[in-house]
Design a protein around this ligand. Structure first.
Ligand SMILES: Cc1cc2nc3c(=O)[nH]c(=O)nc-3n(C[C@H](O)[C@H](O)[C@H](O)COP(=O)(O)O)c2cc1C
Length: 198
């Protein structure tokens, strides 16, 4: 399964959050049994410009090498965990852009979502659910939320320094919530019939 890191700014918390997800998933029975593995997909490393394909993704007529590369990354995964922060009540532009690039590569595949933000990122998760549904993904009901002020530990200097790094320290029930969603994801991917990529 692909673990998508949905932010790209310098100093972002996305990789730390995804690291915690990967660590939690490593203990999941399906991963331990070798039934599934977790591949990190960091959008900051994909080098996608703002959508520059002349033909809508639905037609699969990709003109750019970066799109073909991104297509092969997504096509290789049979299920996804999306890790998204909330930016101004929605998902970051980099995540929406990466989704918009493709179509058949997403279609028919199951997904779960984890959001984080000052208020847990619930609105970003709800927007993401609508976007993923539009590209034909089966989004498992519910999502995990991490709250910046309760699921992270802040150093003393953060009172005056907005760039100070907080350590991720989710409340114990967050791992259980993620494990439950992951179980639903595994069940959904067993029943999923992937649509061939054109
Ligand atoms: C442009 C911007 C807008 C934000 N808007 C929200 C918001 O609407 N709701 C919220 O809960 N947090 C909001 N935040 C806080 C972020 O969710 C938080 O800083 C998070 O760490 C950002 O993810 P990143 O560190 O991976 O970039 C915003 C942060 C940024 C940079």
């Amino acid at each position: 399964m692909g673990l998508v890191v949905g932010s790209s700014r310098p100093g972002r918390r996305g990789p730390a959050v995804a690291g915690w997800v990967a660590e939690t998933m490593a203990g999941h029975p399906a991963v331990r049994a070798g039934e599934m593995s977790v591949e990190l997909i960091d959008l900051a490393e994909q080098g996608l410009p703002l959508l520059d394909e002349p033909v809508p993704a639905r037609f699969g007529d990709y003109r750019h090498e970066h799109t073909r590369r991104w297509s092969s990354v997504v096509a290789a995964c049979d299920a996804f965990i999306f890790v998204t922060p909330e930016y101004n009540n929605s998902v970051p532009a980099v995540l929406k852009n990466a989704i918009d690039y493709l179509d058949a590569e997403w279609r028919g595949k199951p997904a779960v979502m984890l959001s984080y933000g000052a208020r847990g990122g619930g609105q970003a998760a709800e927007h993401l659910r609508v976007i993923l549904s539009e590209v034909g993904m089966t989004v498992v009901p519910g999502h995990v939320e991490l709250h910046l002020f309760t699921d992270f530990k802040w150093p003393a200097e953060s009172a005056t320094d907005p760039t100070a790094h907080a350590r991720i320290a989710p409340a114990p029930e967050r791992a259980a919530e993620l494990a439950l969603l992951a179980t639903h994801l595994v069940d959904a991917s067993r029943g999923a019939a992937p649509v061939p990529v054109r």
